[in-house]
Design a protein around this ligand. Sequence first.
Ligand code: AMP
Length: 176
Amino acid sequence: MIDERLAMIAKTIRDVPDFPKKGIVFKDITPLLADPTAFVASLDVLAERYASDRPDVIVGVESRGFIFGAALAARMTASFVPVRKAGKLPWDSVSMEYELEYGTDVIEMHVDAFPKGAKVLVIDDLIATGGTAWATCELVKQQGGELLGAAFVVELGFLKGRERLAGVDVFSVLTY
Ligand code: AMP
């Protein structure tokens, strides 16, 4: 039963108050990763949701998006593409700036990450304000990808990241 799986996964996510700064409750997914039953169940839920879409490419966002994205790509026989913070990728890259609470940040993706028309699914561990996912989706569209959607293990619903991704199909395993 899907609800039993979700409850089991939820038990493995640890709330860490005041990390990395006061007032933030950090959702620590390391206990989930340490529990193979929960980790596999989270991948199962994501893979089932997108099975009929048959993504060609899974784009994972640095750094915890790599963990879920790469595992899901292998599971779904899709390519894995990393999106990284500025200056980390070795090859020619395209970049996208996005707004944070204070200031801006930049993410990058290789220019040859996927062929035009590829069906792309964006994955990260968590959506908060949605800025990171928005920038990633923009890069995918700019590079000619057919964006299937953006999926997360955890959604902080009260931060309304979903609204920032207007027009993008958003799916989360767990919503808080
Ligand atoms: P945002 O761009 O605001 O949606 O932030 C999403 C990114 O920041 C993701 O890559 C998350 O891993 C990380 N993040 C933001 N808030 C939290 C939180 N409360 N707990 C864990 N990770 C977070």
